[in-house]
Design a protein around this ligand. Sequence first.
Ligand code: NAP
Length: 525
Amino acid sequence: MLLKNFVGGQWRSPQGEGQPLFDPVSGEPLVSVSAEGVDIGGALAYARETGGAGLAALNFAQRGELLGRIADVLTAHRADYFEISRRNAGATEGDASFDVDGAIFTIKTYARLARNLGDGRGFVEGGEIPLAKGGVFAARHFLLPVSGVAVFINAFNFPAWGLWEKAAPALLAGVPVFIKPATPTAWLAQRMVEDVVAAGVLPAGAISILCGSPRDLLDHVTENDVVSFTGSAHTAARLRTHPNVVARSVRFNVEADSVNSAILGPDAGPGSAEFDLMVKEVVREMTVKSGQKCTAIRRVFAPREVARQLAGAVASRLGRVVVGDPADPEVRMGPLVSKAQQQAASEGLALLREDAVVAHGGGQDFAPRAAAPAAGAFVQPTLLYCEQPLSARHVHDVEIFGPVATVLPYDDEAGLVALVRRGRGSLVASVYSGDAAFLQRLVPAIADLHGRVMVVDAAVGSQHTGHGNVMPTCLHGGPGRAGGGEELGGLRALGFYLRRVVVQGPPSHLAALAANKVDAALLGA
Ligand code: NAP
């Protein structure tokens, strides 16, 4: 079956045979996608004009109500989405929930936040700035939605959450969305859009989806549009320098890959609550979604004197994780999403083994449960141990997008900071320590190279939200190789879809313009 694209307000069958999507357990082809024959310029123009007008007719509260209805539609079809996730991504129930329920939770959060904005249709920032004697001429800053379309180029690992964590703030800001899901898992994104369109929730043109690989997509974006990309740093570098993007100064957000860290404090020896919490979190991060999370822990730092014990504790838990066909109720971890990803993981592992030895896993004699190893894209959870992280060549650079992490011993605090910073910009670091003085020194020393730093001590215990969990009310993104982008952070996310303009003129005109605008201070509230 060739999936249809929803563009120009209609479901359209693409041309050609398309690219097949596979079941990563059996290797069986499922559906196909194609972008061939689609008039992309026309589709974007329709979204800008028709979708933009439809959303502009609504105020924030009304758009928030639409988001609430989208969440209801998706909730009603949740079981179908779990089934597609299992078949097309090898997702366990927990993995599917992470993506699908994460998406629904994020949409509901924006629906709730919209209520704070009432019947406004834009933002006014700060007060009036007098520019002439006698008060006849002044200025005010406004934040107004872009008049174009928000183009989302997404990664394969979060077909549901990746779509809606972007679409919810864009639609709330009043900007129509045009989604290009990653090919290997496009089915789920396409089905979600199909359900939302069928329910008639959104104004015409407010949502479009184009599956397949339209390599000329960025030829058609204009200065009115914004592009939000999630994927590998390599693709990001190519797309953000696309000649049309550069020539038209198209706003371009990048969420890319990252070699995230977990750090055990010098105070947190074996037997401490912090040690146990970190072991649990490392195992969770390595195995949830088979390690295919941009936020997953890749580097595990521990004081040299306890690093081997930490590796042993992680390895012993990893040994209990049943890997295989997620249809089997005993299975806790499924395959990677494709044979290509399995191959990439194997190549990455070969590089890391130049720096480190295998403490658990490695793949030899590994047999997934209820699945034929040759047909599937399975990778055994693998923990490595790198004795000399300072001289390591790959471990701070290579992101294996799978269930692989490396334990790295550190000798002192300065050395730890230097090693963590070799990640050259990450989405998240989590620190497990009850030593307040250590935390006061460490967090600022690494903060500028991270989007998020999570501190866990015994008092926090298991109530933390998770190293890899992205909370819609908190910033998501990271500097450097993580892409330099910013997403979510509650209403802060709307900023990407708004343009700041200062209007100078008679105060009466400024007051009239400000009449239906909301205080921009709420964006950071
Ligand atoms: P990818 O290969 O870089 O592809 C990302 C997206 O770009 C896909 O939709 C791909 O389409 C599209 N694309 C590639 N070339 C294009 C072009 N010329 N024009 C338009 N679109 C183009 O990444 P991936 O393998 O899907 O995702 C895995 C990576 O994403 C990992 O490195 C992970 O760390 C990162 N990631 C980051 C975040 C974050 O929030 N920071 C979240 C999730 C994943 P096709 O699929 O059709 O090729």
